[in-house]
Design a binder for this molecule. Structure first.
Ligand code: PLP
Length: 403
C-alpha cells in the first residue's frame, strides 16, 4: 500500500492568507454595503510595462513561424537573459558573475522551496521570525522541521527579528547548516546593511553553513549604501545562494520568471552546489517559457528600466503615505523605505489578530496580522504599498479615525 509523506500531516491547517480571506469574506457577506480597502495584499496591481508587452508580442510572433519557433529551452534559462542579468543586475554593484552561475526559473517561491532537494534531510535550518512562510513549510514537508507544537517547529532554529535588534537576526546558539535570510525583508520591510550581512557571511564560512538569500525585493532599495546583493559582501561566493524574482521587480506575479544564483566557488565537501541544482532542475523542471524570458529581458533596455522604476516608485510612494500617515496617528512604524511593506506595532499591545479584526470591522481596511508570520510577529500588522494611491490615502484616513 502506498504511504504518504507523513510530514504533510504535521502542517498546521489554516494558511495565513486563507484565514484572512475567510474573515474578510465573512465580514463582507454580513456587511455587503461596506467598501473594503485591501492593504494586506502582497501582490502587484499595476499592469506589465510597455517594453515587456512589446517584447512578449514579438516573441509570440516568433513562436508562430517555423524558422523562429522555439521548443524546449535550456533548463537553466536562455543565454540572452542570463547575460543581461549579470550585466545589469550585478556588474553595476561591482559583482562579477558569469552567465553560467545564473539559473532562470518560474519563481523565487519554487526555488526557495525546491533548493531543499539538493541538501540533506539531516540539516538544521534557521529562519528569521517573523518569516515568509514558504521557507518553513517547504522544510517541514522535507522533514527538516521536526514537529509543530502549536507555535513553532521543534527542529527549526528561530531567529527573532524585533524592534530590539533592529529587525536583524543575531547569530544563534545552535549552529544551523542552512540559513534563510531575506532583505529587504518580507514582512518587516527592513533592509540590511553591509556590516550586518558581513557578520552572517563570516559566520557561514566559519561553520560551513549555506546562506539562502532571498532578494525578491531588491528593486525597492532606494537608500545609498544598502547592498543589492549578498555577493557585494566579501566571502559570500563561498557560502551563499541568492534568489531573485521579476514578480515584484516587473509585475511578473502572474507571468512567472525568476532566477537563482549559485557561484562556482560554492561547494560542500568539494561538490558544486550549482551542478547539483542543474541536475535537480533538469530532472524536475523543463524551463521558463521563451516568451516569458524575452519579456523579462525587456526590463534591461533603457526604456524598460525607466518603465519598471516608475512602477516601483509608485508602490514606494504608497508605502510612504502609509508610513507617514500611521506615524502621524501615533503608531510606531518600520519599513516602507526600501520596501513596499510597512510593519506597524499595534497600539497598546493589542494582539495582532484583534487589531486586524478592529481595522476590518470598524475601518473596513484589510491588513495582515503579524502573528501569521511567526511568534515574533505578534503585536504587529503588515500593510503594503501595492494598492491604488487614492484608496491607500483613504485607508490611512480611516485608520487614523479609529486610533
Ligand atoms: N520571496 C519573498 C520574500 C516573497 O515575498 C515572495 C512573494 O511574495 C516570493 C519570494 C515569491 O516570488 P515569486 O513570485 O517569484 O515566486
Amino acid at each position: 500500500m502506498a504511504k504518504i509523506n507523513e510530514n504533510f500531516q504535521k502542517l498546521p491547517g489554516s494558511y495565513l492568507f486563507a484565514e484572512i480571506g475567510r474573515r474578510t469574506a465573512a465580514y463582507q457577506a454580513a456587511n455587503p454595503d461596506q467598501k473594503l480597502i485591501k492593504l494586506g495584499i502582497g501582490d502587484v496591481t499595476m499592469p506589465l510595462v510597455p517594453s515587456v508587452i512589446q517584447a512578449m508580442h514579438k516573441a509570440v510572433d516568433e513562436m508562430g513561424s517555423a524558422e523562429t519557433f522555439m521548443g524546449y529551452g535550456p533548463y537553466e534559462g536562455y543565454d540572452f537573459l542570463r547575460k543581461d542579468i549579470v550585466t545589469h543586475d550585478y556588474a553595476p554593484y561591482g559583482v562579477t558573475l558569469s552567465p553560467e552561475e545564473i539559473y532562470v526559473s518560474d519563481g523565487a517561491k519554487s526555488d526557495c522551496g525546491n533548493i531543499g532537494d539538493i541538501f540533506s534531510e539531516q540539516n538544521v535550518v534557521a529562519v528569521c521570525d517573523p518569516v515568509y512562510p514558504v521557507y518553513v513549510d517547504a522544510n517541514a514537508m522535507a522533514g527538516r522541521a521536526g514537529d509543530y507544537d502549536g507555535e513553532k517547529w521543534t527542529n527549526l532554529v528561530y531567529m527573532p527579528c524585533t524592534a530590539e535588534n533592529g529587525f536583524f537576526p543575531a547569530l544563534p546558539d545552535r549552529v544551523p547548516d542552512m540559513i534563510y535570510l531575506c532583505f529587504p525583508n518580507n514582512p518587516t520591510g527592513m533592509a540590511a546593511t553591509k556590516a550586518q550581512l558581513q557578520l552572517w557571511v563570516d559566520y557561514a564560512n566559519e561553520h560551513g553553513s549555506v546562506i539562502l538569500y532571498d532578494s525578491a525585493y531588491e528593486a525597492f532599495i532606494r537608500e545609498p549604501g544598502i547592498p543589492h546583493s549578498i555577493y557585494e559582501i566579501p566571502g559570500a561566493k563561498t557560502c551563499a545562494i541568492e534568489f531573485r524574482s521579476y514578480s515584484k521587480t516587473a509585475g511578473f506575479t502572474g507571468t512567472r520568471c525568476a532566477y537563482t544564483v549559485i557561484p562556482k566557488e560554492l561547494k560542500v565537501n568539494g561538490v558544486s552546489l550549482g551542478e547539483l541544482w542543474l541536475r535537480r532542475q533538469s530532472t524536475k523542471y523543463n524551463g521558463c517559457p521563451y516568451v516569458i524570458q524575452r519579456g523579462a529581458q525587456a526590463i534591461y533596455t533603457e526604456q524598460g528600466k525607466r518603465e519598471v522604476k516608475a512602477v516601483i516608485d509608485h508602490y514606494l510612494e504608497n508605502a510612504r503615505i502609509i508610513r507617514e500617515g500611521l506615524e502621524a496617528a501615533g503608531l510606531t512604524v518600520y519599513g516602507g523605505v526600501n520596501s513596499p511593506y510597512v510593519w506597524a506595532a499595534t497600539p497598546e499591545s493589542v494582539g495582532s489578530w484583534d487589531f486586524f479584526d478592529r481595522l476590518l470591522t470598524v475601518g473596513n481596511v484589510v491588513t495582515t496580522p503579524g502573528a501569521g508570520f511567526g511568534p515574533s510577529g505578534e503585536g504587529y500588522i503588515r500593510l503594503t504599498g501595492f494598492g491604488e494611491t487614492e484608496q491607500t490615502k483613504e485607508a490611512v484616513e480611516r485608520i487614523k479615525k479609529i486610533l
